[in-house]
Design a protein around this ligand. Structure first.
Ligand code: PBG
Length: 325
């Protein structure tokens, strides 16, 4: 390559039209999935203190929120449920009249054009707050997988468009795929939380979903933040087991993992821009310390640039408004 003064990189940065022509990463509404929380009751709209602008909605309000997503052009939502009561085995997670099942039926009836993804996990539904059933002081893998299969089938019966297991049990993608196929749901894709780290960035979400573990932590099933080769092994397993979309979570501290996964496998990659990443920006912006719009768009652009095809983000609605400005 010829060097300065022959080559002057600033020529291509001189004005916005030139910058538009050479821009490498394009970020659009097509890339967005908006997470929502659903709770029992009517006319409930509880703002989540650590996630300003995000709410726990009762089903009626959730349907209204789903309509807003469609009017903004956002293609998909992912749903999280807060049950009426919790128990040791997370019964409401796989009850056909559970909160998620009610929510999915209501959205698919009133707003069929919105893609509905359901998070499959037990932590919101267990009284101990872990992602599976407990034995010998730890989460038991295979018995938990059986319950995750029941939960997935129950979501499919309610009309879920995509099943997204987030529990990090070994072998769950294959078990869910097989069960869906057997019950005639062979066309429902699985978005696997494949490289999901044991992250402190989930703090605000656990307020929102009321799912903080009541003892210990999730490090015996979620991944160690220090590892990236292990992430590639996890992704390879999920692809072998039938995952259609693989996810890296969180996003911002794991851009290298997103990049490696996208480079290594020819698969759609989702990145979860998690609650703590949202809360940090919101808090700093409320203090007047950073420019929310510019920082959020820069962060989301970096996630795309790293290789994500789609981003689950609490900023989704704001992004559409910002992009339209
Ligand atoms: C359920 C689940 C969690 C998140 C998504 N699905 C919490 C956890 O694993 O503790 C976190 C999402 C976020 O922080 O925005 N297992």
């Amino acid at each position: 390559m010829s060097v300065y003064p022959i080559y002057r990189p600033r020529r291509l940065r001189a004005n916005e039209n030139m910058r538009r022509l050479v821009r490498e990463t394009h970020f659009s509404v097509d890339d967005l999935i908006y997470p929502m929380f659903v709770i029992h009751g009517e006319k409930v709209e509880n703002e989540i203190p650590s996630m300003p602008g995000c709410f726990q909605y009762s089903v009626d309000k959730l349907v209204a929120a789903a309509k807003e997503l469609v009017s903004l052009g956002i293609p998909a939502t992912i749903l999280f449920g807060i049950p009426e009561s919790k128990d040791a085995v997370g019964s409401e997670a796989y009850a056909d009249d559970g909160i998620i099942q009610q929510a999915v039926r209501a959205i698919k009836e009133a707003v069929p054009e919105l893609l509905v993804i359901t998070d499959v996990c037990l932590c919101e539904y267990t009284d101990h707050g872990h992602c599976g059933i407990i034995g010998d002081g730890d989460v038991l893998n295979d018995p938990t997988v059986d319950l995750l299969v029941k939960e997935s089938l129950s979501h499919a019966r309610a009309g879920a468009d995509v099943i997204a297991p987030s529990d990090m049990m070994d072998g769950r993608v294959g078990a869910i795929r097989e069960a869906l196929n057997e019950d005639g749901y062979e066309n429902i894709p699985i978005m696997a939380y494949s490289a999901k780290y044991a992250s402190a960035f989930y703090g605000p979400f656990r307020d929102a979903a009321e799912s903080a573990p009541q003892f210990g932590d999730r490090r015996s099933y979620q991944m160690d933040p220090a590892n990236s080769e292990e992430a590639l092994r996890e992704v390879a397993l999920d692809i072998d087991e039938g995952a259609d979309i693989v996810m890296v979570k969180p996003a911002l501290s794991y851009l290298d993992v997103i990049y490696q996964v996208k480079s290594e496998y020819q698969m759609p990659v989702a990145a979860y821009n998690v609650s703590g990443e949202y809360a940090m920006i919101k808090a700093a912006a409320q203090n007047g310390w950073i420019d929310e719009k510019r920082v959020a768009l820069e962060m989301l652009t970096s996630i795309k640039r790293a290789g994500a095809d789609m981003i689950l983000t609490y900023f989704a609605k704001s992004v559409v408004k910002w992009l339209n400005d």
